[in-house]
Design a protein around this ligand. Structure first.
Ligand code: GDP
Length: 443
């Protein structure tokens, strides 16, 4: 199993807080609690105790403690949690007392989850889901991570792997009986199964891009001529004073980033230098950066000033594409209804802002929504599934060309292994045994 050390680490962020939680895992976790608290509480029930330095007998803190004897614990080992007062000195004192115990040491990063994985408490994708859940800043990110934490992705992977292994088992059954011809009906069945699996996996790969984007967040830029109100919009969006709003044209010279939660969807917005021809070289560099940023952006807001007239707008029209929301700002100064495709807003009165937010939210949802099934969320998953698809395609070719059955069978085994990498379950033998057991060989 794992190495024999008992590990401990703060489970809460460091710094001043009401409570800090120190977590312990390993064979000596319960002993450590007994040494500090003088007794061991009932399993899974929180109880109050003074923690004392086992050597000096000094009281370190008044704490709440709870123990989870293995294997019914996060790591599968004996686990204890010490809920102490959240201050640096308190945490340091208790950690020092723990560190002084034989066989007890600070945990390495990720070591609790690693032990949970090694003890079959978590699959790899669930462990990654925990990371994502901790990092989640918006609701859509939280929901996606949660679907992974409960092993949902691993279960889908197991389903695909199971279907692969059924095809493999059918092939292998005939490899063992070389004197018999593999009937066409069996080949056709295998081909059908593999082709529908391959298309399902391909679809999944398509979806995974969105899921990855959801983890990272979309990039949105605000573009438009100087003084249109771009910085004012960024301020409005972020509800903070991050960009300088000024009445002199060309003051936003660089690109400013603001992270937004757009109805649950993570979006990073950058305000960019105004688009106009300029003699000022610093500003010119700002304009270049703005255009480069706009080219990479997932979404764009193109903003013009309602008082500037139709000609100024006309030159902007060519910049409008499917990723762009075209807004005409300052409609408080000019009441003429904006022509299509412009959406009229006023940052001063708030007019049209709800419509703008709705449109942005819909665009983000279009680009990030993956539905409610657990999906591949990382490059690691995508690479593994793409490898599996390649191997399945090779197997299908092998079958179509009537190659010796060992070849497609080996490709299917590789495909099953590649899928297994997502959840960290790479052995196919176990599944194979189970499936073979249901098979009537020689039939
Ligand atoms: P940017 O150069 O595009 O970033 O434009 P700013 O955000 O700096 O705004 C330029 C000027 O327009 C500032 O004086 C703002 O106060 C003003 N402004 C922004 N939005 C509106 C609006 O909706 N109505 C009116 N009347 N003025 C606005």
């Amino acid at each position: 199993m794992e190495d024999g050390d008992t590990i401990f680490a703060p489970a809460t962020a460091s710094g001043r807080a009401g409570v800090a939680v120190l977590r312990l895992s390993g064979a000596r976790a319960l002993d450590a609690v007994r040494l500090l608290a003088g007794r061991l509480p009932e399993p899974r029930r929180m109880s109050r105790a003074a923690l004392r330095d086992p050597v000096s007998g000094d009281v370190l803190d008044e704490a709440l403690i709870v123990v989870f004897p293995g294997p019914a614990s996060f790591t599968g080992e004996d686990v204890a949690e010490l809920h102490i007062h959240g201050g640096r000195a308190v945490t340091a004192a208790v950690a020092a007392a723990l560190g002084a115990m034989r066989g007890v040491r600070p945990a390495e990063p990720g070591e609790f989850s690693r032990r949970a994985f090694l003890n079959d408490k978590l699959d790899l994708s669930a462990a990654e889901g925990i990371l994502d859940l901790v990092d989640a800043e918006t609701d859509a990110q939280r929901r996606q991570a949660l679907r992974q934490v409960d092993g949902g992705l691993a279960r889908r992977i197991e389903g695909w792997r199971g279907s692969l292994i059924r095809s493999m088992a059918r092939l292998e059954a005939w490899i063992d009986f070389p004197e018999e011809e593999l009937p066409n009906s069996v080949i056709r069945q295998i081909e059908d199964d593999l082709s529908s699996l391959a298309s399902e996996l391909r679809e999944e790969l398509g979806r995974s891009r969105r899921a990855e984007r959801l983890r990272e967040g979309l990039c949105m830029t605000i573009l438009g001529p100087p003084n249109a109100g771009k910085s004012s919009l960024l301020n409005w969006l972020s509800k903070r004073d991050v960009a300088i709003v000024s009445t002199t044209a060309g003051t936003t010279r660089d690109v400013l980033d603001v992270h937004l939660d757009l109805s649950g969807y993570p979006v990073t917005v950058s305000d960019t230098a105004g688009l106009r021809k300029t003699g000022d070289s610093i500003e010119a560099e700002g304009v270049r950066r703005a255009l480069r940023r706009a080219a990479d952006a997932d979404m764009k807001i193109l903003m013009v000033d309602a008082t500037e007239g139709a000609d100024a707008r006309a030159v902007m029209l060519e910049r409008i594409d499917a990723d762009t929301v075209a807004v005409m700002n300052k409609i408080d100064l000019d009441a003429t209804p904006p022509p299509s495709p412009w959406l009229g807003i006023s940052l001063v009165t708030g007019a049209g802002m709800q419509a703008l937010m709705d449109q942005l939210t819909n665009m983000a949802a279009d680009r990030l929504d993956v539905g409610s099934v657990p999906v591949l969320t990382r490059e690691r998953h995508r690479v593994a599934v793409a490898d599996a698809v390649d191997a399945i395609d090779r197997a299908r070719e092998g079958l179509a060309e009537a190659a010796p059955l060992e070849f497609p069978a080996e490709d299917l085994r590789l495909a099953a292994r590649a899928l297994g990498r997502v959840s960290g379950r790479v052995d196919v033998e176990d599944l194979l045994d189970a499936i073979f057991a249901e098979f009537c060989l020689g039939k």
